[in-house]
Write a protein that binds this ligand. Sequence first.
Ligand SMILES: Cc1ncc(COP(=O)(O)O)c(C=O)c1O
Length: 466
Amino acid sequence: METKNQTTTKGHTHGHTNGNGHSNGISLSNATHKDIFTKCYEFNQHTKAQSLGLYPYFRRIDATMGNTVVCRGETKIMIGSNNYLGLAQDERVVEAAIEATRKYGSGCTGSRFLNGNIGLHEELEEALAKFLKRESVLLFSTGFFANQGALTALLEDNDAILCDRENHASIIDGCKASPAKTIPFAHNSADALRRRLKRLPETAGKFLVVDGVFSMSGDIVDLPAMQKVAKEYGCRVYVDEAHALGVLGPKGEGTVHHFGLNSEVDLMMGTFSKSLGSMGGFLAGSKPVIEYLRHKARCFMFTASLAPAVTGGVLKSLQLMQEEPERIEKLWKNTRKMHEGFKSLGFNIGTTQTPVVPILVGSEIKALHFAQKLFEAGIFATPAVFPAVRYGEAIIRTSYMATHTDDELDYVLETFAKIGKELGIFEDSAYLGGGKRRSSNGYDFDVQDENESQALREDSRNSPQA
Ligand SMILES: Cc1ncc(COP(=O)(O)O)c(C=O)c1O
């Protein structure tokens, strides 16, 4: 008799294989029940891409200088990080992290709520509040948690989150975890926001949640228009400053300060994993709201606090960012060079206004080939495919740093031009008239057409490397 487990795993009668000959462990003791692992046993997108030499993720880095990294003995120009100001490798930041470790040890081994604050946590909260001209700041162990914490703790059953369709995954997941209803609206459209808000009853609490700089397209939120509409409808405003901190604003304070709207925005979220060169996140707002979150945000209360090395390093980065404004100036000089350079070569860089520069490639498979060819030519950049972007509009997501040299950036432009021509990306449907929408619930980098992949792969092997 054939059991249900046997049929759902394509006829493997003992254990499971995913078509690559790997055994995948223990069978369910009662094989008549649905096995939640079946999808894992059958998942082989990554091995398919790996076998074609096209898998672009989890690349091993053996050493990093920031603007360049060493991968298996080869130096690559890094245009796939968010280390905008190059502070992650700054000797003074590294020293501050070491000093903090010496003083407090390697970790806090628990949450601040129960296990106590170290002085550095409080110092960093005060320094950020002062820098952002906000009453109060609360640190989180990641930016992801900061978004999750705000969205789950502040909203209740009959409330509504007005969420830009291109908001970051951590916001989307925060919305899913929140008891409130999520109402998506067309990207960066104050009119769409108004249409959604109009339909909501006065009794519903309303929360507008937007990225300041959108992480894939690199465009800046139209905050003046959005905030005005939100105000009309009694809607609180929340801005995720992850890609804007250290990039926008007179001193790198972010989008809210860039638009001079500090008194109009209720809550700001930020992360230390980009310009400040480390990891962790924060919320900045009024004292009562931050105090409420300090006692209600479960992903703050029930997780270990930021490690001393992280906290000490971020404090130093924040200080250097303010003392060395030339970093932000150089970042913008490099950004302008790349915007103009890519456009003059005929690339479509969408609506970016920032150091996040997406290069439209089109089909998912071409994006994988493009990234592989870049890597072989000494450039580290990652493709973003559906659902991070629309299906058929895959990009190479590039981002620039204050520490990139002109020579490095010229080489990047030259190499993109060469590979773009080789792969014929300018003839892709996305260049000729837009991609197609498709729905899925995973990060889909499936190699759809193996013949096409093989042909392109051969082509890539035979073409001379730079
Ligand atoms: C817009 C945005 N928000 C939040 C996050 C999450 O930040 P973290 O890396 O600190 O978890 C990211 C990270 O990529 C992001 O791009």
